[in-house]
Design a protein around this ligand. Structure first.
Ligand code: R5P
Length: 218
């Protein structure tokens, strides 16, 4: 097993302490969350059910016989566990490398506590080295791309990829994101944008970062 994968498992293990007995848990998407889902299998008797942010996570949860319910059936989500592509020290995130950003953002908005799990490679001074994913209604792709260029980015169409919501993704390169909340709002104002992968207006509440020198919690 490679070092990075080992660190993802370490972060996921620590996140188990946020499980609340008898409650619904929100589950994100990606390789780090997959580690958490696998660990959750041994604790499934403690939770009421899971709300999932993607078809991929739903499939993994169901394979482990963890009940998955629709978000509309959940009155509240005390805790949401998810990974990130980048995080800064304010726990503002870039997410959506796996294309699940919209459903992730919806669940994060509902959740009382958003716990981000990550390995050390995700921690950055300034967001933007990782291309910012933007989910777009297919017919608006070119128009949205032109508007993203005006904001200083270099959008690239993620070819051959369709989100769980039937939309496409533009990955925006070369943004140095010094004001994440402002950029998040500006991109969301572009007609045709479903959502973008900046989680700055609703950042994580806690970060569990696995590093070579141990777990760091923020
Ligand atoms: O769309 C995917 C999600 O936002 C993931 O949380 C993010 O891409 C991080 O994934 P991973 O844990 O595989 O690095």
């Amino acid at each position: 097993m490679d070092k990075q994968h080992q660190l993802k498992i370490e972060a996921a293990k620590v996140a188990l302490k946020y499980l609340q007995d008898g409650e619904i848990i929100g589950i994100g998407t990606g390789s780090t969350v997959n580690c958490f889902i696998d660990l959750l299998a041994d604790h499934k008797h403690r939770i009421k059910a899971a709300v999932s942010s993607s078809e991929a996570s739903t499939e993994r949860l169901k394979k482990l016989n963890i009940e998955v319910i629709d978000l509309n059936e959940a009155d509240e989500i005390p805790v949401y566990i998810d990974g990130a592509d980048e995080t800064n020290h304010q726990l503002e995130l870039i997410k959506g490398g796996g294309g699940a950003l919209t459903r992730e953002k919806v669940i994060a908005a509902v959740a009382q506590k958003f716990v981000c799990i990550a390995d050390q490679s995700k921690y950055v001074e300034t967001l933007g080295k990782f291309p910012l994913p933007v989910e777009v209604v297919p017919m608006a792709r070119s128009q949205v791309a032109r508007e993203l260029v005006k904001l200083g980015g270099d959008p690239a169409y993620r070819t051959g990829f369709v989100t769980d919501n039937g939309n496409v993704i533009l990955d925006v390169y070369n943004l140095e994101i010094t004001q994440p909340q402002i950029l998040e709002s500006e991109i969301n104002q572009i007609t045709g944008v479903v959502t973008n992968g900046l989680f700055a207006r609703r950042p994580a509440d806690h970060l569990i970062l696995a590093t070579d020198s141990g777990i760091k919690e923020y």
